[in-house]
Write a protein that binds this ligand. Structure first.
Ligand SMILES: Cc1cc2nc3c(=O)[nH]c(=O)nc-3n(C[C@H](O)[C@H](O)[C@H](O)COP(=O)(O)O)c2cc1C
Length: 236
């Protein structure tokens, strides 16, 4: 379906602000199937995302059913190899991350585990929760976002804009998602399983499904820093 034929009206009259506040990274899904027609509409509308030079560098592969199961199995086999099995596609965080960013990262992890009642001493419990990433937290659909290896930081930021557009549009349709860069830790296996060429680089996964509204992991407040930390007003 060409992008310009996409339905442009919201099915539920949600404002952009509403969608922004309703979206959160959902880490428990009901497993209920997702209507592919909704996904098509979402992707068609997301094509309106801006990109420098209108390159539209994002490319995605969307899995459900047997191909999604094959991906989980392929990555599980790498995970079973321990550290040897890792194939980091890129540094997920800068090496030697400092504050304020390191504290923010630590803070969100602690808040997540607290929502599940998993204390720091319970390393096995925390690992089990982390490993749920590689099952897409039970999502029936997994999208892998990738692009040509020749792309640089500006185009990666374009991918982010597309990703946020998709996530907000999913909210509009009552669906939820979790962006997952953890898949980049097993990038080669993901790319091979998707039959992507070596010219492609994997950015992230996006677990997609119906949110489990009762799950504690989907209910804790995810903090944001105040504007004074991120906006410098000049000339006002
Ligand atoms: C590109 C990207 C990759 C992410 N990767 C992961 C991931 O691998 N696993 C995970 O549980 N959350 C992941 N997240 C979710 C972030 O932790 C989350 O966006 C952040 O803590 C803010 O919370 P919120 O999305 O619920 O508002 C990722 C988010 C983004 C934007």
């Amino acid at each position: 379906m060409p992008a310009n034929d996409a339905p442009s009206a919201s099915p539920v009259g949600l404002s952009v602000t509403d969608a922004l506040h309703r979206r959160r990274s959902v880490r428990a899904f009901t497993g209920e199937a997702v209507d592919p027609a909704i996904l098509k509409t979402v992707f068609a509308n997301a094509q309106r995302a801006p990109s420098g030079g209108n390159l539209q560098p994002w490319q995605a592969t969307v899995l459900a059913g047997a191909p999604w199961q094959r991906m989980k199995d392929a990555v599980a086999a790498r995970i079973a190899m321990g550290r040897e099995g890792r194939q980091a596609e890129y540094d997920i965080y800068p090496k030697g991350l400092t504050d304020p960013w390191e504290s923010r990262r630590f803070g969100v992890g602690e808040a997540l585990y607290a929502s599940l009642g998993i204390p720091r001493e319970n390393k096995a419990g925390r690992l089990t929760q982390f490993m749920d990433n590689y099952k897409g937290f039970g999502a029936p659909v997994m999208l892998f976002l990738h692009c040509s290896r020749i792309m640089g930081p500006p185009q990666w930021s374009d991918m982010g804009m597309w990703l946020q557009s998709v996530m907000l549009l999913l909210v509009e349709h009552g669906l939820a998602s979790c962006p997952q860069e953890c898949w980049a830790m097993y990038g080669q296996t993901v790319r091979e399983t998707l039959a992507l060429g070596e010219d492609q680089i994997l950015f992230a996964g996006l677990a997609i499904g119906h949110p489990d509204e009762d799950a504690a992991v989907n209910q804790w407040p995810v903090a944001r820093v105040g504007l004074e930390e991120v906006i410098d007003w000049q000339g006002f």
